[in-house]
Ligand binder design. Structure first.
Ligand code: C2E
Ligand code: MG
Ligand code: MG
Length: 545
C-alpha cells in the first residue's frame, strides 16, 4: 500500500471510529458515495457495493433531502454535525430511518464521512407550528434531564424575507422556502425540532454550543440568496437548563414564544429558563391580580340571555346571566384561569350577589347564574347564598343556578348535599353542558337536579341530521323518568327549534331567541320564530311551572 493509500485508509478508519454506527458512507465533494461499509442491506435494503458510485441524494427520502443538503453544506472542516433522523429512500415500500451524523476531516479533498444508525422514523418532515414545537420541546426536556445533554431554544428573525419572496416570484420563492426549512431543521435537535412561527420568525431547539450570531450566519449562508437582496438573520438563545417542573417549562416556553411572536428579538428576551419561568409566573400573577381586583371591585358586567318555554308558545321563562369583563368577549378564558387559581368561588359569589340585586330591582324576572363545579363543594359558598337570600327576601323563588362542567366535581356526594341545601332555599338547579364532559351521566345519576341543559354541540349538529336527534330523544325520556326537565342551548335556527321541540325538550335558548344583552329583554329583541311575537311574553312568576 503506498503512502497515499495508507493516508486515505487511516482517514476512513478515523471517520469510522468517531461513532458507533451501522453504516459508514463517505460522500465525495461531487456528491457521489465514494465508500460504504457496514450493515447496509439491513439498514437501507441496498448492498454497500450497490451504493458506491451513486449520488447520496438517491439514498435519502425526497422529504429529507434539503435537510441533509443543509447538514452537508453547513459543515466546516474538522467539525461534526447531526445526528439528524433521516428517512432513507424507500425500498419496496418499507419506511426505514436512521440517525445520521457527519464529520468533515481536514484535508480529505472535501469528502464527508457519514455514519448511520438505525432509528425510529420521525413523524414530521417539515417545520412545526408553535404548539408542535412546544410539545416537542417539553418532551425533549424530559428525556434530556435523564441524559444530561444541555439544550437551548434559539429564536431566529429573518429580516427582509417577505419582500424577497415578492421579488423572487412563486417558483424561486418556493425553492428558497424549502432551503430555509431544510437549513432550520438541520440545525435543530434530531432534525425534528424547528418551527415556523409566522412573520419571518422561527425557533428551534438544539444542543448548547455556538453563539446565536454563528447560527444566524450559518442560516444566511445556507439560504444562499444574493446579498444584494439585503436579507438579514438574527438569533438569540434561551438556555433550557434549570430545575423547573415540566408544567413550568411548558409555561415558560409559551411565555417566551408568545413574546417573540409579538415583539420579535427587540424585546429583552429572557436568557435562561429560570428567568423565563419567573417571568411567566410574574405575568400570571399580574393577570390573577387583575382578576382578583375585578372581583373585589365588582368590576364586571352582567348580560342576560333569554330562555324560552317551548311548551308555552316560546314565552320567556327566565334569563341566563353571563359575566363580562370589560369588552364583550367571552369570559371563558378568565373563568378557566379563575378555576385553576382558586379564584372562582369569590367570582361566583360576586355574580350571584349582583344577580340577586337585579332580581330585587326587577320583580318579574327570573335569573339563572352559573357556578363552577369547583364552587359547589364549598360550604362557605352555600352559606353565602343562604345569607344573600335571607337578606333579600324579594328575590326568593326566582333564582336558578347552572352547574357548569368546566371544572370537574371532585366529591359528588358533598356536591349533592350542597345542592339539596340550595334547593331547600327555593333555588332551582340546572346541570349545564350535559354531554360535554365524560362525567355527565354520573352527575345525572348522583345529583339532585331540576333541569338538564343539553350541550350546544348536539343542538348545532341537529341541523346536519346526525345521530344527535336520537341521543336527545333518549335523554329527554330518561330525564322525564327522573322528573328532570330539559333545556336546549345554542338553538340558532327554526329547524333546530323544530327538532328539539319534536324530541320533547322543555326549554330553549340561543341566537334564535336573542343574544346575551345588557338588559333582560322580555319580549323585545327576540328573533323571529314560527310563533307570533305577541305570544311571547315573560312567563308569569307562577312558581317554576
Ligand atoms: P354556558 O353557561 O354554556 O353559556 C352559554 C354560552 O353560549 C355563552 O357564552 C353564550 O354567549 C353562548 N351562546 C348563547 N347562545 C348561543 C347560540 O345560539 N350559539 C352559540 N354559538 N353560542 C351561544 P359565554 O358568555 O362566552 O360564556 C361561556 C361560558 O363561560 C359559559 O358557558 C359558562 O360556562 C361560563 N360563564 C359565563 N359567566 C359565568 C359566571 O358568572 N360564572 C361561571 N362560573 N361561569 C360563567
Ligand atoms: Mg350556563
Ligand atoms: Mg352550556
Amino acid at each position: 500500500m503506498g503512502t497515499r493509500a495508507l493516508a486515505v485508509a487511516s482517514h476512513r478508519l478515523l471517520g469510522f471510529a468517531f461513532a458507533n454506527a451501522d453504516l459508514l458512507l463517505e460522500i465525495a465533494a461531487d456528491g457521489q458515495i465514494a465508500f460504504a461499509i457496514g450493515a447496509s442491506e439491513a439498514l437501507s435494503g441496498s448492498r454497500e457495493t450497490a451504493l458506491v458510485g451513486r449520488a447520496w441524494r438517491d439514498f435519502i427520502d425526497a422529504r429529507d433531502r434539503t435537510m441533509v443538503q443543509a447538514l452537508l453544506d453547513g459543515l466546516t472542516e474538522g467539525k461534526r454535525g447531526g445526528p439528524l433522523v433521516v428517512t432513507l429512500a424507500s425500498k419496496g415500500g418499507v419506511e426505514r430511518a436512521a440517525a445520521m451524523s457527519v464529520f468533515r476531516l481536514p484535508g480529505n479533498d472535501g469528502a464527508i464521512s457519514c455514519t448511520f444508525s438505525r432509528a425510529a422514523p420521525s413523524a414530521s418532515h417539515g417545520l412545526h407550528d408553535k404548539a408542535g414545537l412546544e410539545a416537542v420541546t417539553a418532551a425533549l426536556f424530559e428525556t434530556n434531564k435523564a441524559t444530561g445533554l444541555e439544550m437551548e431554544l434559539a429564536f431566529i428573525e429573518m429580516g427582509g424575507l417577505t419582500s424577497l419572496r415578492k421579488v423572487l416570484g412563486p417558483e424561486a420563492a418556493k425553492d428558497m422556502e424549502l432551503r430555509l426549512a431544510g437549513a432550520l431543521r438541520a440545525q435543530s435537535h434530531g432534525g425534528g425540532a424547528a418551527a415556523d412561527l409566522g412573520g419571518d420568525r422561527y425557533a428551534l431547539v438544539r444542543h448548547t454550543g455556538e453563539s446565536g450570531e454563528a447560527l444566524a450566519q450559518r442560516l444566511l449562508h445556507l439560504l444562499a440568496v444574493d446579498p444584494a437582496h439585503g436579507v438579514e438573520a438574527m438569533a438569540k438563545t434561551l438556555s433550557l437548563k434549570g430545575e423547573a417542573s415540566p408544567a413550568q417549562v411548558l409555561r415558560a416556553l409559551r411565555y417566551s414564544l408568545d413574546n417573540f411572536i409579538k415583539d420579535g428579538l427587540d424585546a429583552a428576551a429572557p436568557a435562561s429558563l429560570n428567568e423565563a419561568v419567573s417571568r411567566s409566573v410574574r405575568r400570571t400573577l399580574v393577570e390573577v391580580g387583575a382578576l382578583g381586583q375585578a372581583v373585589a371591585d365588582r368590576n364586571f358586567r352582567l348580560v342576560y340571555q333569554p330562555v324560552v318555554d317551548l311548551k308555552k308558545s316560546c314565552a320567556v321563562h327566565h334569563h341566563e346571566v353571563l359575566v363580562r369583563f370589560g369588552d364583550n368577549a367571552s369570559p371563558f378564558p378568565m373563568i378557566r384561569m379563575a378555576e385553576e387559581l382558586d379564584l372562582i368561588e369569590p367570582l361566583d359569589i360576586a355574580v350571584i350577589e349582583r344577580t340577586i340585586a337585579k332580581l330585587v330591582a326587577e320583580p318579574t324576572l327570573k335569573l339563572a347564574a352559573n357556578i363552577s363545579g369547583r364552587t359547589i363543594t364549598s360550604s362557605a359558598f352555600v352559606e353565602a347564598v343562604r345569607t344573600l337570600l335571607a337578606d333579600n327576601t324579594k328575590a326568593q323563588g326566582r333564582l336558578l343556578l347552572e352547574l357548569t362542567e368546566s371544572a370537574a366535581i371532585e366529591d359528588l356526594a358533598l356536591a349533592d348535599r350542597h345542592l339539596q341545601a340550595l334547593r331547600a332555599e327555593g333555588i332551582l338547579i340546572c346541570l349545564d353542558d350535559f354531554g360535554a364532559g365524560a362525567a355527565s351521566l354520573a352527575y345525572l345519576q348522583q345529583l339532585s337536579l331540576d333541569i338538564v341543559k343539553i350541550d350546544g354541540r348536539y343542538i348545532r349538529e341537529l341541523q346536519h341530521g346526525g345521530r344527535e336527534s336520537t341521543f336527545i330523544r333518549h335523554l329527554v325520556t330518561m330525564c322525564a323518568e327522573l322528573g328532570v326537565r330539559t333545556l336546549a342551548e345554542m338553538v340558532e335556527t327554526p329547524q333546530a327549534e323544530e327538532a328539539v321541540r319534536r324530541a320533547g325538550v322543555d326549554y330553549a335558548q340561543g341566537w334564535l331567541y336573542g343574544a346575551p344583552m345588557d338588559v333582560a329583554a322580555t319580549t323585545a329583541g327576540l328573533a323571529n320564530t314560527n310563533v307570533k311575537p305577541a305570544a311571547r311574553r315573560v312567563g308569569a312568576v307562577d312558581g317554576w311551572g
